[in-house]
Design a protein. Structure first.
Length: 89
């Protein structure tokens, strides 16, 4: 049985966390795009900016399939900060 103070035996931890947080960022952008498109006067420039952010996140999401543990941890750190910034009023 693995040492309970060492969680390295839990495979996919960082990789799953990275997938989850990237998915959260993609969802945030999707929600914002839908809201902007549904506005009485949609802001095309904002829609373009949101779409570019969503595309960047989708590209990173695709890269997760081949990411090693170090890359997954980097993505978690970057995306956690990104999501925090996006959710600030």
């Amino acid at each position: 049985m693995p040492d309970s103070s060492d969680f390295s035996y839990l495979e996919g931890g960082a990789e799953q966390e990275a997938a989850d947080i990237v998915r959260d960022v993609v969802a945030w952008y999707s929600t914002q795009i839908a809201a902007e498109r549904g506005a009485p006067v949609p802001d095309d420039e904002r829609i373009e900016e949101l779409t570019a952010g969503r595309q960047a996140a989708l590209a990173d999401q695709a890269q997760l399939a081949t990411a090693d543990l170090e890359e997954a941890e980097r993505i978690v750190t970057v995306y956690a900060a990104w999501l925090k910034e996006l959710r600030e009023p």
